[in-house]
Design a protein around this ligand. Sequence first.
Ligand code: KG4
Ligand code: ZN
Length: 351
Amino acid sequence: MSFNSRDSVQPVWDRPVLGIETSCDETAAAVVAGNRILSNVIFSQTEHSLYGGVVPELASRNHVRKIVPVVREALSGAGIGLDELGGIAVTSGPGLVGCLLVGISTAKGLALGSGRPLIGVHHIEGHLFAGLLGDASLRPPFLALVISGGHTQLIHVRRWGLYEVCGETRDDAAGEAFDKVAKMLGVLKKGETTMGGPVISRLAEAGDDRAFAFPRGLRHQDGFEFSFSGIKTSVLYHIKGRSEADVVEEQADIAASFQAAVVDVLVEKTIQAAGALELSRILLTGGVAANRRLREEMHRAARESGVEVCFPPPVLCTDNAAMIACAGGFRLGRGERSGRDLDADPRMKLT
Ligand code: KG4
Ligand code: ZN
C-alpha cells in the first residue's frame, strides 16, 4: 500500500489496533480497525476540579489506578483478544511526563507480553486522525486548526505524516482561555469538571454576544499567530470592576461576548490561512472544536469563501484513544515500529 500519492489511497490499516492515551487527565483506551471504531473508553478524572486545575501527580496516580480496567473494557467492548491485535499505539508526547509514562509502560508491557508491535504516537497527530475517523473521505492536502487546552495550531497537512505548523498561539491556548474565564466567573462546579468550554458554551446560549466588546487578539496582524491572553485579562478586569451580584447577573452576557470574540478570531484567521495557502479543505479538531457556536460560524464562513470544512463528532474532538489507535494504525501500516526504549517526550515536536 502506498501512502505517497496525494489522494488516491487512504492511510488505513485494516488490522485492529489498541490505542492508549494518558497524556493529561483522561485515561483512555480504544480499539480501531482502519476507520472503524470497535470500542472507545474514556475515563475523565474529575477530582482536579477541587484544586482549580490539573494536578500532575494526582493525574498520574489516577492513571495507574484506572489504566488496566480501561484497557480491559476497550478490548472486551471490541470483542478482541490481545493476540488478535495488529499492534499497540500509545501517546508518547507531548503531555505531562508522569502521565505519559503510565500509558507507555502499560503499552510496552502489553506489547512485550503479546508479541504485538508497539508504536508511539504524537498527541496532535492523533487529533488530526480524529478528522479521518469522523469523515472517512478526508484527504490531504488540507488545513487543520487544532484547538485544545494545551494547543492552538494551524497545520498544513501536506500528506498524512507530513505536517507544517504555519501558525500557533503566542501565549494561552484557546481552550485554556475558556477554562480560565469559567474559573473567573465561578461557574465550574467543584468535583465535576475542569473543562470550562462546555460550561461557557451552555451559559452563552442565554446571553447577548454583543453586550461587551472584548478584544480580538492579533486580528489585524499579518501572519497566522494567535493570542488569547489579552481577552482573558480583559474579562478579568471587567469582572473586577463589578460587584459580585452584577457579575452573577451578567454571567451569560460575559460568556457569550467572550465566546464570540474567541470564535471570530479563530474563524477569520483560519479562513485567511486557507486562502493564503490555497487550500480548499479545513479540519477543525481538538476539544474547542466541539464548540457549537464555532461550528456554526465556521460553516457559515466556509460557505461564503467556497471552502469545505469538517469537524469530528464532539466525542472525538476532546481527548480520546480512538484517534491515537487510528494514527498508530497509519504508522504501523507503513512499517514503522517503536523499540522497547520508547520514552515519554513532554515537549515532543510535530515533524
Ligand atoms: O483536546 P482536549 O480534550 O485536551 C487537550 O489536548 O488539551 O481539549 C480540552 C479543552 C479544554 O480547554 C476545554 O475547555 C475545551 O477543550 N473544550 C471546549 C468545549 N469542549 C471542550 N471549549 C469550548 N467549547 C466546548 N464545547
Ligand atoms: Zn488533546
